[in-house]
Design a protein around this ligand. Structure first.
Ligand code: GLU
Length: 283
């Protein structure tokens, strides 16, 4: 593991995103409770360092699919929404229980695209996050999959987590993924693919490295959505890290500046408006 001096321990507000493929066993699709426990401990520990913490957690649809006994990830929207309704409640129950063990209060925030494009809802959401942080609460965010129809969907939690980072003025976004970071090529196919450690600027060379597929049937994000997230986060003034969520202990290694992953450096543009970006690019 390489030592770098990015001083992430000096950050003030951190958004951590974990995907379904990191939270569930690949073979059964069921929740990996040990991992969830470790994740919660790591997040509480980041709070104990004195930072505001927000978790963007997927896994609602996967959890609901398990509870309802569906063998495969549903494709039609109403079954997905039914799975999310069941699964989101179950997921929060587990999170609440685990956070309570560390005496940490967690709250649920469910968002749709409408939350962001409507100025009144956006301002309300911003105020709610601010108040939750003031009260020391860890917000747990997901897309409101039960009501967000195709037209109003973010669609993936990589993008959603960057939007949350932008909305809340976070200075660090960490995407825990099933891959070590951004590679020069798809490492599953090309053994010569190299991990990129630092991305100073989002340019066409960086976009050229993205491969579209997710490699798992649990979540929705691939490298393309991670680069969209990187664009939103960096232009909003946050550093972003892609790191492997296989072992969530990587979180404390990040704050010790000693980990494997890709760092996208903040490149704040005052003219960047998250609502305009959503309208122009996400649809
Ligand atoms: N919101 C979806 C869920 O909780 C997941 C979206 C994603 O994994 O990107 O199941």
């Amino acid at each position: 593991m390489q030592q770098r001096n990015f001083h992430f321990s000096e950050k003030k507000r951190v958004v951590v995103k974990i995907g379904s493929s990191s939270l569930n066993y690949e073979k059964t699709g069921r929740l990996n409770l040990t991992k969830l426990e470790h994740l919660v401990r790591e997040l509480c520990n980041i709070r104990n360092r004195g930072m505001d913490v927000c978790l963007v957690s997927s896994g609602a649809i996967a959890a609901g699919r398990q509870s309802l006994g569906l063998a495969e990830r549903p494709k039609d929207i109403s079954t997905k929404q039914a799975c999310a309704a069941v699964g989101q409640a179950g997921l929060m129950m587990v999170y609440q229980k685990l956070f309570a063990e560390y005496n940490q209060v967690a709250g649920q925030v469910l968002m749709t695209k409408n939350t962001m494009v409507n100025p009144v809802s956006r301002e309300n959401a911003r105020n709610t996050f601010e108040e939750l942080f003031r009260l020391g609460v860890i917000p747990i965010v997901n897309e409101n999959d039960t009501v967000s129809t195709y037209e109003m969907q973010f669609g993936d939690n990589d993008t959603l987590s960057a939007i949350v980072a932008s909305l809340t003025g976070a200075d660090l976004l960490i995407l825990l993924s099933d891959i070590d970071g951004l590679f020069t090529d798809d490492p599953h196919k090309n053994p010569d693919a190299r991990l990129i450690e630092v991305v100073e600027r989002m340019d066409s060379a960086v976009y050229g490295m993205a491969k579209g597929s997710t490699g798992s049937d649990l979540g929705t994000g691939g490298m393309t959505t991670k680069l969209t997230a990187a664009k939103i986060a960096t232009l909003s003034g946050a550093d972003m890290i892609i790191a492997n969520g296989k072992d969530v202990c990587i979180l404390h290694h990040i704050f010790d500046d000693s980990f494997t992953g890709t760092i996208f450096k903040a490149d704040k543009k005052d003219s960047f408006r998250i609502a305009d970006f959503i309208l122009e690019t996400i649809g």
